[in-house]
Write a new protein. Structure first.
Length: 254
């Protein structure tokens, strides 16, 4: 782990941990996204050093987007001073992953996962609860298992609320692939060893993020709600005050 005033905190044992604001992304109207408010991560299986680094952030809450089965398999490390909360959103259906035999089927599965963030009533309810919790103020951390799909969707919406343009949001979303390259290579090696090298290509789309996935979610938003603002209001049940509060928390106008 390294950090300084000019570097984004990096954790060896949670390789997709980062500040939602990135380096302080510019908004379309000349503001910046404020750092130190919201953090995103994969599951918190932490070394002693990284546990101390996260504890030093002074987090108020850890918001876990995983299912109970995921939590039972890999419970989060407790962070002093942070209240742990669960907002259960279904991620990649692992029973279907086990049956994948070609790359296109895996991509179709991922597209379906992202559409479910919009079309599934339970997912909308849980996401709505998460955003209302985040609106109570930072610093808070939210995460799922790999920190890429459920977490990536939330981060993209937060950056949208703050006024960041879509190309920047997409670039930030894709950072997952670079940050998790090492751990992904280890998983792919395990797949090759257990099932054979020919299965790696079929499984690989479930191990990465792709703009196609994010845009599948956006297309579902357009089809069902027209735009992201309406999805936030009518889909997630966020009133204007909650969205305005999130926007104020996220933006540095100075």
């Amino acid at each position: 782990m390294t950090s300084s005033n000019d570097e984004i905190l990096r954790l060896a044992s949670a390789d997709n941990f980062r500040d939602v604001a990135g380096p302080g992304y510019a908004t379309h109207d000349g503001a910046r996204v404020r750092r130190g408010v919201f953090y995103r991560s994969n599951e918190l299986q932490l070394t002693e050093s990284d546990h101390g680094a996260i504890a030093d952030l002074g987090l108020r809450a850890i918001c876990d987007l995983r299912s109970q089965g995921e939590i039972d398999h890999h419970p989060d490390a407790a962070i002093p001073g942070a209240t742990w909360m669960n907002f259960d959103v279904s991620g990649i259906p692992m029973d279907e992953v086990a049956g994948l035999r070609d790359r296109r089927s895996a991509i179709d599965l991922m597209d379906r996962v992202y559409r479910s963030f919009v079309d599934d009533a339970r997912a909308r309810s849980e996401f709505g609860g998460l955003f209302r919790q985040l609106a109570t103020g930072g610093p808070q951390l939210f995460h799922c298992s790999a920190g890429k799909d459920r977490t990536g969707w939330v981060a993209a919406l937060l950056l949208h609320i703050s006024g960041v343009d879509d190309p920047t949001i997409e670039s930030d979303y894709l950072l997952t692939n670079a940050l998790t390259a090492g751990s992904r290579a280890r998983v792919e090696a395990e797949i090759a060893k257990a099932l054979g090298a020919e299965h790696v290509e079929a499984f690989e789309p479930t191990l990465i993020v792709d703009i196609e996935y994010l845009r599948s979610g956006y297309e579902a938003v357009t089809t069902r709600y027209g735009d992201r603002a309406t999805y936030l209001r009518d889909g997630l049940g966020l009133d204007d005050t909650t969205v305005a509060t999130l926007r104020a928390l996220l933006r540095d106008e100075s």
